[in-house]
Ligand binder design. Structure first.
Ligand SMILES: [Zn+2]
Length: 75
């Protein structure tokens, strides 16, 4: 029983370690919080990690493609 309990704790610790890799320091209190968090779990500060919306990415890609077409077209 004791051994099984120990193994469970070991697995939990490993998961914590993995989660830590996906965390970033809070700009306010510097504690690790999930990258996709919108507010700090510790100090309550609202945080955004420069996540660009999908439309922005597609607009940038289309702009680059249009630029290349014009560049190759010799305009
Ligand atoms: Zn914080």
């Amino acid at each position: 029983m004791d051994k099984g309990y120990f193994d469970f704790r070991k697995i939990t610790e490993q998961q914590d370690e993995l989660d830590f890799k996906n965390k970033v320091p809070c700009p306010n209190c510097k504690k690790p919080i999930p990258q996709d968090a919108t507010m700090c779990l510790y100090c309550g500060e609202e945080v955004y990690f420069h996540k660009k919306p999908k439309w922005f990415v597609w607009t940038a890609i289309i702009a680059i493609i249009v630029f290349i077409i014009f560049a190759l077209g010799g305009f």
